[in-house]
Design a protein around this ligand. Structure first.
Ligand code: AGP
Length: 615
């Protein structure tokens, strides 16, 4: 969850590290720090609790030196304080470390250090890493060996970047487990390392992620990558297609706003070349499953977390109706600790925009190791661990970087990717053919335009945000395909506006939640014209009978709903399978405008991080 950046080369490291931290600021942002090492071994370390601006304000002159590391923290062990911010150093300052993940055995390691006369100065688990490296250096090991030994001793998912005080011309980096990525960036005669690609983009698009269990000694002239057994791994960087301009906010106030507005393009990019009408069909070259394999499937299981799981819940409907297969969608953190029965006839689809969410990766590893079921990853990050765990069978979302902590465009694209995958499976199995396949593809191709037209309702959503900004609770209701959208609207509301919200299947409401409803509870009812419309209409009547303010999202021209609701947000008439793309827009925009009306920090909501790499 923390952000990591490192540089070694001929330029001044301080400004590069600081600029990298600005780009990584969406990962963790409760404190930050950097360390810069000069060629003569002079070391400058600065760290501050609070937003990155606190660190920037404390840097009157950038520290000198051509090697540096930086870190934005999302606290796990130890309070948010200057002392707990990274980098952490060994007591003698010989080893300087930034870390992402959790050293699960840190208590035992602290005791070992204490027995050797080394007292940790912070409350963090991370500090044991430099302290242990320092101990091994004092025992006479070189840094390579000390680093490697410590990697073998720390337990849990961990990503580590380190500097050696005595050898300022190099960095060390390692990835252990699924605590988040480590990506090497290859420049002319300089090297970069970061927790994810956007931090590298202004400098290089030539990148190589470290795989689980790999570590690297990184120098401007020479970089060596090894696995934990010492076997060398080739440095073979790939060019990534991410556009550095896409990482900028442009004319928008917030990244989330920008990312909501660019959803028609994100959807088109995701669908382009994959869904075509003439001849009707889909092309998914990156999904390396043959027609025979697809025909042998008996079941689909979709896993993900948060917004990605909500996309998966929509995907469940797509799989059932378009692929004709029984489908479940499960929360990855629950799935991975159960004992489900899977086999080669179950396709497991993992949805994760970052490709690095620890629970989703854990679920995929579980599937690979215990059941050998075929896997597909739906992700926005090429070369992510999710892709590797899916044995390269991936659908890339092609959204460009998503910086807002609240996922928006990747939600849209994930639904589209699931739709395309369902069509691919349905066509292979003969469930969709001829005119039905054509209709399904046609419907999907309308989605970008429908989203575009729905964005025109932003003003109504702004007004909802203004009027409802002081409420304490919101209820979101939907049925069928709109139930996951109700969950997603409530999640968005909670995470960025801090208003308590619940998303419920509308039919479930009268089994409990209806007791909460009164005049002070706005209810967002997602009620497009679909086969469950009449049922939804009854549920709206039931909440209205209890005085709730109803904000109805319905099909344009639905005069009856418009007249009945307190606020009516129209979406274009569309195929019910496509309606989630449209209703996602008011779900996102209401949360956005609630948050801005309340003065909340939309792009950096409290306690959250973009990529969740700890359990
Ligand atoms: C969504 O707004 C949240 N930021 C969060 O629920 C997110 O969707 C979840 O952490 C999963 O992330 P992933 O898609 O990167 O796996």
């Amino acid at each position: 969850m923390c952000g990591i950046i490192g540089y070694v080369g001929k330029q001044a490291a301080g400004p590069i590290v600081l600029e990298g931290l600005q780009r990584l600021n969406y990962r963790g942002y409760d404190s930050s720090g950097l360390a810069v090492l000069d060629h003569d071994g002079a070391l400058a370390v600065m760290k501050r609790a609070g937003k990155l601006a606190e660190l920037e304000a404390s840097l009157t002159t950038p520290p000198a030196g051509r090697t540096g590391i930086g870190h934005t923290r999302w606290a796990t062990h130890g309070a948010v304080s200057d002392g707990n911010a990274h980098p952490h150093l060994s007591s003698d300052g010989a080893a300087i470390v930034v870390h992402n993940g959790i050293v699960e055995n840190y208590r035992a390691l602290r005791e070992r250090l204490a027995a050797a006369g080394v007292e940790c100065r912070s409350e963090t688990d991370s500090e044991v890493i430099p302290q242990l490296i320092g101990l091994y250096l004092r025992e006479g090991h070189d840094f390579d060996e000390a680093f490697r030994r410590v990697l073998g001793e720390i337990e849990g998912g961990n990503a580590v970047v380190a500097m050696e005080r005595r050898r300022p011309e190099r960095l060390y980096a390692a990835r252990l487990g699924n605590a988040g990525g480590i990506v090497l960036g290859v420049g002319g005669d300089e090297m970069f390392v970061a927790s994810d690609v956007p931090a590298l983009l202004p400098h290089t698009t030539l990148v190589q992620p470290l795989a689980n269990g790999q570590w690297a000694r990184i120098g401007a002239a020479e970089t060596t990558i090894r696995d934990l057994d010492g076997a060398e791994v080739a440095l073979a960087p790939q060019r990534v297609s991410m556009d550095p301009v896409a990482v900028a906010k442009g004319p928008y106030t917030h990244f989330m706003q920008k990312e909501i507005m660019e959803q028609p393009r994100a959807l088109s990019d995701c669908i382009r070349g994959r869904a075509h009408v003439n001849p009707a069909g889909v092309s998914l070259e990156d999904v390396r499953l043959s027609d025979d394999q697809l025909r042998s499937l008996r079941r689909v299981l979709i896993v993900g977390m948060g917004t990605s799981m909500h996309a998966g819940m929509v995907g469940r409907y797509y799989m059932e109706s378009l692929a004709g297969l029984p489908t479940d969608c499960d929360n990855a953190s629950e799935f991975r600790y159960r004992a489900p029965l899977l086999g080669p006839e179950t396709l497991v689809v993992a949805v994760t925009q970052s490709g690095e969410t620890v629970d989703t990766l854990g679920a995929m590893a579980q599937v690979r190791d215990h059941w050998g079921a075929p896997r597909v990853a739906i992700t926005n990050v090429e070369e992510s661990e999710a892709t590797r765990l899916a044995a390269g069978s991936a659908i890339y979302l092609r959204c460009g970087p998503e910086i807002g902590v609240a996922s928006t465009k990747t939600f849209m694209a994930s639904m589209a990717a699931l739709y395309v995958l369902a069509c691919r499976i349905g066509a292979a199995r003969g469930h969709l053919r001829g005119a039905t396949l054509e209709r399904a593809i046609d419907a999907l191709l309308t989605a970008p335009g429908i989203v575009d037209r729905t964005l025109a309702q932003a003003e109504i959503c702004r007004e909802v945000g203004r009027v409802c900004q002081d409420v304490e609770h919101m209820l979101y209701l939907g049925r069928g395909l709109q139930y996951p959208l109700a969950m997603e609207g409530a999640l968005k509301c909670k995470e960025i506006s801090y208003i308590h919200a619940e998303g419920y299947p509308a039919g479930e409401m009268k089994h409990g939640p209806i007791a909460l409803i009164d005049r002070s509870m706005p209810v967002v009812a997602l009620a497009p014209r679909d086969p469950l419309y009449d049922k939804m209409w009854s549920n709206i009547q039931q909440v209205q009978a209890r005085d709730a303010t109803v904000i109805a999202v319905g099909t344009e021209g639905d005069a009856e709903l418009e007249a009945a609701a307190d606020v009516f947000i129209p979406i274009p008439a569309c195929d019910p399978l496509i309606a989630p793309f449209a209703t996602a827009i008011p779900a996102q925009l209401i949360a956005y405008y609630l948050a801005t009306a309340r003065g909340a920090d939309v792009d950096q909501p409290r306690h959250l991080a973009k990529t969740v790499t700890v359990e």
